[in-house]
Design a protein around this ligand. Structure first.
Ligand SMILES: C[S@@+](CC[C@H](N)C(=O)[O-])C[C@H]1O[C@@H](n2cnc3c(N)ncnc32)[C@H](O)[C@@H]1O
Length: 275
C-alpha cells in the first residue's frame, strides 16, 4: 500500500523523537510539511489519505538522513521565517533567533525617539535586522559583516524582500564612512569557554557568528567604544545572559549617559540600549 500523507507525518514525528524533545517532534514534522513540502495543516487534514508522490518521499528521507546527523532544519530547507518574512539562510549565516526581534523592537523605539535618519546593522548575517529596518522605517540603512558569504545571502534577501540598503564587508564599524546614526547589532557574544556545554546544533552554525573573546564581551565592548567615539546618538545591542551589568558599567565608563538592559521572556539579559 502506498504511504499516505497522514502516515508519513506520523512516521516522521516518530523518527524525529530520536533527535528532539518528543513535544517538539510533532511540531517539527508539521514544519517539514509546511515549509519543505508546501502542505499546510489544513491541506493535510483534507488530503491526509492521499498517497505521497515518490519524489516527496525521497526528499523527506534525504532530509531525515541529514537531520539525523544534527543539521538544523533551516539549513536543510534553505530559509527561515523571521518577523513574518522569509529569509534565505545557509551555513555562512546564523539562523535568525526569535529573541532578536527584541533588538529590532528596541531599535525602532530608540531610533524614533532620537529622530535618527540613519542606522547601521553590524554583523548583519542573513540581513534580518538591517532589512527589517529598511522596510519598516524611512531611515538610510547600511549593514556590515566580516563574512563575504553572509553578505551574499543578505544581498539576495534584500533583493527578494524589496529592501534598499548598502552593504559593507569588514570589521564592525570600520567599513562605514561618515555619520553612523543608530548603531544596531547582534554580534557574536558567546564565551568560547562555554563551547562544550552548547546545544550540538550550534556546531553547524559559523563559529565566527557565535564566539567572542573576553568571555563573549569583546565585540560588544568594541562597538560601545567605537560608536561613542564616532558620535553615534545611540546603540542597541543583543547581549548574552548575565552580561548586562558588566556591559552597563563599562558602557557608562566609556561616556554613554544612560544604559538600559532588557530581559527576554526567559528572564535573561538580552538587549542593551545606550544613549
Ligand atoms: C550572531 S550573528 C548575527 C547575524 C544576524 N544579525 C542575526 O541576528 O541573525 C553575528 C554576525 O556577525 C558577523 N561578525 C563576526 N565578527 C565580526 C566582525 N569583527 N565584524 C563584523 N561582523 C562580524 C558574523 O559573520 C555574523 O554574521
Amino acid at each position: 500500500m502506498p504511504q499516505t500523507y497522514h502516515q508519513l507525518r506520523l512516521d516522521l514525528a516518530t523518527a524525529l523523537t530520536q533527535l528532539v524533545d518528543p513535544r517538539e517532534a510533532n511540531a517539527e514534522a508539521i514544519r517539514w510539511f509546511e515549509e519543505g513540502l508546501d502542505k499546510s495543516r489544513a491541506w493535510i487534514a483534507a488530503h491526509g489519505e492521499e498517497a505521497v508522490p515518490a519524489e516527496a518521499r525521497r526528499q523527506v528521507s534525504e532530509w531525515l538522513r541529514r537531520r539525523k546527523k544534527g543539521e538544523p532544519w533551516a539549513y536543510l530547507v534553505g530559509w527561515t521565517e523571521w518577523r513574518g518574512r522569509r529569509f534565505e539562510v545557509n551555513p555562512d549565516t546564523l539562523i535568525p533567533r526569535p529573541e532578536t526581534e527584541l533588538v529590532l523592537e528596541a531599535a525602532l523605539e530608540l531610533g524614533h525617539r532620537l529622530k535618527v535618519q540613519r542606522a547601521v546593522d553590524v554583523g548583519t548575517g542573513s540581513g534580518i535586522l538591517g532589512i527589517s529596518l529598511a522596510l519598516e522605517t524611512p531611515w538610510d540603512i547600511c549593514v556590515s559583516d566580516i563574512s563575504e558569504g553572509a553578505l551574499v545571502v543578505a544581498r539576495r534577501n534584500a533583493t527578494s524582500l524589496g529592501a534598499k540598503l548598502t552593504f559593507h564587508c569588514g570589521h564592525l564599524l570600520d567599513p562605514i564612512q561618515g555619520p553612523l546614526g543608530l548603531v544596531v547589532s547582534n554580534p557574536p557574544y558567546v564565551d568560547p569557554a562555554d563551547q562544550s556545554t552548547l546545544q550540538p546544533e550550534l556546531a553547524w552554525e559559523p563559529a565566527s557568528a557565535l564566539f567572542a573573546q573576553e568571555h563573549g564581551l569583546a565585540l560588544n565592548l568594541e562597538l560601545l567604544r567605537e560608536a561613542k567615539r564616532r558620535g553615534a546618538p545611540g546603540c542597541v545591542l543583543e547581549i548574552g545572559a548575565g552580561q548586562g551589568e558588566t556591559l552597563k558599567n563599562k558602557g557608562l565608563a566609556l561616556g554613554w549617559k544612560r544604559i538600559q538592559i532588557h530581559r527576554d521572556l526567559a528572564g535573561h539579559d538580552r538587549v542593551l540600549m545606550a544613549v
